[in-house]
Design a protein around this ligand. Structure first.
Ligand SMILES: *[C@@H]1O[C@H](CO)[C@@H](O)[C@H](O)[C@H]1NC(C)=O
Ligand SMILES: *[C@@H]1O[C@H](CO)[C@@H](O)[C@H](O)[C@H]1NC(C)=O
Ligand SMILES: *[C@@H]1O[C@H](CO)[C@@H](O)[C@H](O)[C@H]1NC(C)=O
Ligand SMILES: *[C@@H]1O[C@H](CO)[C@@H](O)[C@H](O)[C@H]1NC(C)=O
Ligand SMILES: *[C@@H]1O[C@H](CO)[C@@H](O)[C@H](O)[C@H]1NC(C)=O
Ligand SMILES: *[C@@H]1O[C@H](CO)[C@@H](O)[C@H](O)[C@H]1NC(C)=O
Length: 554
């Protein structure tokens, strides 16, 4: 499957890229000759520069086609150039939300605002000394809302690369609408985040316990390990080629590995860089309006019903998520509504704790859907719930490494792609997955590769069982503290999200847009969104499984 990001006329670029990729591959093959322990799948290169102890990892794609796609994807998510790191500047010269402002622009063509109009806001960023910023690259988010109506919609932010930004909103409800603009990170912080993923992907490290008889040892593990005298255990998955390594224990064999766990966090940044990640100062802080932040929206002019084309995927009205993608989100108000929809179905849920919330929600809501005690690890499962009366089976499985989890049995580690390859599928089978929150610290290539593997499996599954319902939950913005920002910033999630959407575009899969569903909601951002948001996600999920019979599209 190809991602549709190339117009016919850019075929030449495509060709050029293919050539470049071949050169890169050839270049790496030269490396391989020198370092015999390297592989075509996974290459570790050691710098002779003694001040650089870190191994430089290249997360090589599986094929030239994958490599070309990866480089196109990387180009498509390229962030505006940000100042060099370590920044030669002082904090005073970086973006300061307290000095920055936004202005609601007057309606194009004049007159009053109506439902169906587009509202534009101009945002001007200033530094801590009050001087206007001259370059772009700040990460901003924007939302339009009405607390009383429990209405909200995400805005689209455009970077003009000169210190000013626009946020564009669709006006979707009648009445008051208030603009909210937030600086998530100044551009200098993005530079740090980018550098950390290139230089210190192992700032989140993992460990495994090995045991045999009375002997046990713990060693460090990761996608990529700095070379030492210690030999490696190679747990690279034979089917998908997903890399994973641990240092070999001194006295035990590689087969004696029994658990996988997060080892800890090792943040390597300077004190100047630290200042770029301060809650209440320059990390996820609101920007104020220069004048009024609100507009009053009148009913739409009859006949005119223009929703912006590249606009939001949906919005909240009275706390209920309305989709703008052409599907009317159904309301599953009672447990029996949900049961009716799931009757006779097998629902497999794969991923991280953010989709485990779906499993938890459904088992809590449906009295007849009983969780079977598999004595599993509490965070990672696997979990199983059954409703015998209605023949419903619901399962959850985590997405395997690089899961940040405590003592998880290695024998329960499964890659999503492999799980999908073991499904029969069909009209009674629902597959829902998410994969994002544990990938923040790695170079994007690693995430792309993982998604390529999953997509191949999705394509194979839909090929043999086209009626299988495949639903993908996207990532979402979360609360940011210092540690959280450096290992799983919203910026990483945003970049991953763009790749995820591009990767599955054009396939018969459905997205639950957790990104916008959290961004548009009045509840604070949370890695694990609160129940009112989960309820809306479940309604979207169930709508995909059981769409409305009659087509009552407006
Ligand atoms: C790890 O194992 C994979 C799969 O067998 C193999 O292709 C690769 O060369 C190995 N890598 C290293 C560094 O030994
Ligand atoms: C080694 O790396 C450091 C830090 O990246 C750099 O400043 C220095 O110039 C490098 N030395 C050599 C000999 O490449
Ligand atoms: C920045 O660029 C935008 C879009 O081109 C323009 O409207 C705005 O006036 C510019 N701002 C400055 C300060 O140059
Ligand atoms: C391995 O075994 C040797 C000899 O019994 C012992 O000295 C050493 O401490 C062991 N290493 C570890 C890491 O347990
Ligand atoms: C940070 O990185 C530098 C250079 O790679 C290294 O010398 C130093 O020990 C690291 N500090 C920490 C706390 O890891
Ligand atoms: C606009 O008004 C028409 C007629 O009153 C109505 O059918 C339509 O749903 C409205 N559109 C929006 C976006 O509210």
């Amino acid at each position: 499957m190809k991602v549709n990001i190339c117009a016919p006329k850019c075929r030449a670029i495509f060709l050029l890229l293919a050539v470049i990729v071949s050169i890169v591959i050839l270049h790496n093959m030269n490396d391989l000759k020198v370092r015999t322990w390297s592989s075509t799948i996974f290459t570790q290169r050691v710098s002779t520069n003694t001040s650089m102890h870190q191994a430089v990892c290249t997360y090589q794609p599986l094929s030239t086609e994958d490599a070309v796609e990866a480089s196109l994807l990387l180009d498509s998510i390229a962030w505006p150039e940000t100042p060099p790191s370590p920044a030669p500047v002082s904090l005073e010269q970086t973006s300061d939300p307290a000095h920055s402002t936004f202005t609601v622009l007057p309606r194009k063509g004049g007159g009053q605002w109506h439902v169906g109009d587009q509202l534009e806001v101009m945002i001007k960023i200033y530094d801590f000394k009050g001087s206007p910023r001259k370059s772009g690259g700040d990460f901003l988010i924007a939302r339009l809302h009405n607390q009383k109506l429990s209405a909200g919609v995400a805005g689209q932010v455009v970077d003009h690369l000169n210190g000013s930004y626009s946020a564009v909103f669709s006006l979707l409800w009648e009445g008051d609408a208030q603009v909210e603009v937030t600086l998530v990170h100044p551009s200098e912080a993005i530079t740090v985040l980018q550098r950390l993923n290139q230089e210190h992907p192992d700032r989140v490290y993992f460990k495994s316990l090995f045991r045999s008889g009375s002997e046990s040892e713990t060693t460090t593990c990761n996608v990529c390990l700095p070379p030492t005298q210690q030999p490696l255990c190679n747990y690279t998955d034979l089917h998908t080629g997903e890399p994973w390594f641990c240092y070999k224990p001194e006295n035990l064999s590689c087969d004696a590995r029994i658990t996988h766990a997060v080892g800890g966090y090792d943040l390597n940044i300077t004190s100047m860089e630290k200042k770029l990640f301060q809650s209440n100062v320059n990390m996820k802080v609101s920007i104020r309006a220069s004048e009024s932040a609100s507009v009053n929206v009148l009913p739409n002019k009859s006949g005119k019903n223009s929703i912006v084309k590249s606009g939001p995927s949906g919005y909240y009205y009275q706390g209920v998520w309305k989709s703008l993608g052409g599907t009317t989100v159904r309301q599953f108000k009672t447990p029996s509504d949900i049961t009716q929809c799931l009757k006779g179905k097998v629902v497999h849920v794969y991923g991280d704790s953010t989709i485990r919330q779906w499993f938890e929600y459904l088992t809590a809501e449906l009295p007849d859907l009983k969780e079977f005690n598999l004595h599993s690890q509490k965070q990672g499962g696997p979990f199983l719930a059954l409703d015998y009366t209605n023949n419903i089976m619901l399962t959850f499985r985590c997405h395997s490494t690089p899961l940040r989890i405590t003592d998880f049995p290695t024998r329960e580690l499964r890659y999503i792609a492999n799980e999908l390859d073991n499904l029969v599928g069909g009209a009674n089978t629902v597959v829902a997955f998410t994969i994002w929150a544990h990938f923040g610290n790695y170079p994007m290539e690693f995430y792309i590769r993982r998604l390529q593997n999953i997509r191949r499996a999705v394509v194979r599954l839909l090929d043999v069982a086209p009626d299988t319902r495949v639903i993908i939950r996207t990532g979402n913005p979360k609360e940011l503290n210092f540690m959280g920002a450096l290992t799983n910033s919203d910026w990483y999630s945003l970049q991953n999200d763009k790749v995820l959407r591009a990767m599955f575009k054009g396939l018969n899969v459905h997205l639950v847009d957790a990104w916008e569903m959290v961004l548009a909601h009045h509840l604070p951002h949370n890695l694990h969104p609160q129940p009112p948001i989960i309820k809306n996600m479940i309604d979207v999920l169930l709508t995909y499984i059981c769409p409305q019979k009659e087509t009552t599209e407006t």
